[in-house]
Design a protein around this ligand. Structure first.
Ligand code: PLP
Length: 492
């Protein structure tokens, strides 16, 4: 490819790779179900779970992996996971109902996040574990339990504001959880409500990629558990939340090169790489680079289960410098994790049909309009930069086959809005796309697929299909028709 073209090729595992090679199948699905279309791969989530489990085994740790439901609404993914031994972490009344209906028993469910009274009641009534955000929520929960004469509810205490050796607050401020310095008051409340709740552990969730920050929080939780024990409470679990991340790109060098060139573009040292010179947080102030790159680190060699492994191997500074995993094991603590994005790695794609390809004045980027809205594939919203893959209508392959040149394009959505851009980035494609071609955004299952989807302008949200391999063929059904059962002649 020409030197001025910057590619960010998506990382494709065997399942997504095979799916993207199945041009006829994807065209058939999109013709039948419309564009945009979300396709999920339930068997992949079970494989990802197994990777997390193997890290638990490596460190001889017991506990549970709770899938953070909020990262995708799919029934198929949830039901596939219900057929494993995983748990699920729900953050709304609807998610709790969905999980119960998918086959998760209450002992496999934790309820986190902001809770309205209905959510809290159903959680207490069914006996799921409630991750309590603070004292007022605890009071509310205890009152519910007493008023409805329910059995005591298992609770985790969500903590925040961890520090290392009193020097510097290493964990960022959060609107969730109780600051550890208020633990004393919270534990008094637990005592007060001893008839209504049973403390089973402490929790945190930090929205950060920093291992050091998370290690500090985990250490803080171990100390909090000691404090509980010294008061005669017997919690066992440490819930370390999610945020294990995904490696989105196939080639690390492409990411390095892209970010370097983006910086050069912001400084005016090369042709712009974005529409309107957008800098993704970087700006040029009289020749000096200012701001900070507000992008997801799309190339993350240590992500998912490997990130968990790295975190567990961190030394606990205030606890003798021994690895966190060794301390968890020694105290027989259960380790709870709540991966969302990481469990959904390689679990789905978003497919859009190309509607129009327009050439502006010579030299400028082609304008490509797709049958999808920016919110239907919210990679840009999450700062994930990754090239789409074009699947031609006519079945011909790459530019080499057709004799066409690589092109630079800007991708627009179907809303009547200047701002409905799928990405502000100039995307370089191996050949000029044509109306009727499909553009596939890979690895969108985590947050990019349905979290932001709307019915703006009465345009439909994407239909969702679940697919699985059957020998050499791909098979499919609508997402809500999928159940992880094997019928004669219909292997899942
Ligand atoms: C969102 C969330 C998660 C999942 O985060 P990921 O980054 O998707 O792994 C886990 N726990 C809680 C409490 C959350 O709010």
């Amino acid at each position: 490819m020409g030197g001025r073209h910057l590619h960010l090729a998506p990382r494709l595992g065997p399942r997504l790779g095979s799916l993207l090679d199945s041009a006829g199948f994807l065209h058939m699905l999109t013709d039948a179900l419309g564009s945009p279309l979300n396709v999920v791969v339930p068997d992949q989530i079970a494989e990802n779970l197994e990777r997390f489990r193997s890290v638990y085994r490596k460190h001889h740790l017991s506990g549970q992996v709770f899938y953070a439901h909020k990262s995708n609404r799919s029934s198929a993914l949830l039901r596939r996971l219900a057929a494993t031994d995983a748990g699920v972490d729900v953050a709304s009344l609807g998610e709790l109902q969905h999980a119960l209906g998918a086959g998760f028993t209450p002992d496999r469910i934790t309820a986190t996040g902001p809770k309205n009274p209905e959510f809290l009641w159903l959680a207490a009534r069914t006996g799921v574990t409630v991750s309590v955000d603070g004292e007022s929520e605890l009071d509310q929960l205890a009152a519910l339990v007493r008023a409805h004469k329910l059995s005591p509810v298992r609770i985790l205490l969500r903590l925040s504001g961890f520090e290392t050796s009193g020097v510097k607050v290493l964990s960022r401020p959060s609107r969730f959880g109780t600051p550890v310095r208020e633990l004393d008051a919270l534990l008094k409340a637990v005592d007060r409500h001893a008839d209504a709740v049973e403390l089973t552990g402490v929790a945190y969730h930090l929205d950060t990629t920093s291992v050091a920050e998370k290690a500090t929080a985990l250490e803080g939780c171990l100390q909090a558990l000691e404090e509980c024990r010294s008061r005669g409470l017997r919690p066992r679990a440490v819930d370390i939340g999610g945020g294990f991340g995904v490696d989105y790109l196939a080639h690390g060098e492409q990411w390095e090169r892209y970010t370097t060139e983006l910086t050069a573009a912001v400084l005016g040292r090369r042709t712009p790489l974005t529409r309107g010179g957008h800098g993704y947080g970087l700006r040029n102030e009289a020749g000096t680079l200012r701001g900070a790159l507000g992008l997801y680190p799309a190339h993350r060699p240590v992500a998912g289960a490997r990130y968990l492994d790295e975190l567990l191997s961190q030394p606990a500074a205030s606890l003798g410098g021994r690895p966190l995993a060794a301390l968890l094991l020694e105290h027989l603590h259960d380790l709870y994790t709540e991966p969302g994005r990481a469990l959904l790695d390689q679990c789905g794609i978003t497919v859009a049909k190309v509607l129009e390809v327009r050439s502006p004045d010579t030299g400028a980027e082609l304008l490509v309009r797709l049958a999808l809205k920016a919110n239907d594939v919210a990679l840009e919203e999450h700062g994930v930069l990754m090239d789409p893959v074009v699947i031609p209508r006519n079945g011909t392959g790459t530019g080499a086959d057709t004799g066409q040149e690589p092109v630079a394009v800007h991708l627009f959505g179907s809303l009547c809005l200047e701002t409905d851009m799928i990405t502000r980035r100039t995307v370089f494609l191996p050949r000029r796309p044509a109306p009727g071609d499909l553009m596939v955004f890979a690895n969108t299952a985590g947050y990019a697929m349905d979290f932001h989807a709307t019915r703006a302008q009465l345009q439909p949200v994407a239909r969702q299909a679940a697919v699985w391999r059957d020998g050499d063929a791909w098979r499919w059904c609508l997402d809500d028709q999928y159940w992880p059962i094997t019928l004669p002649g219909e292997p899942h």
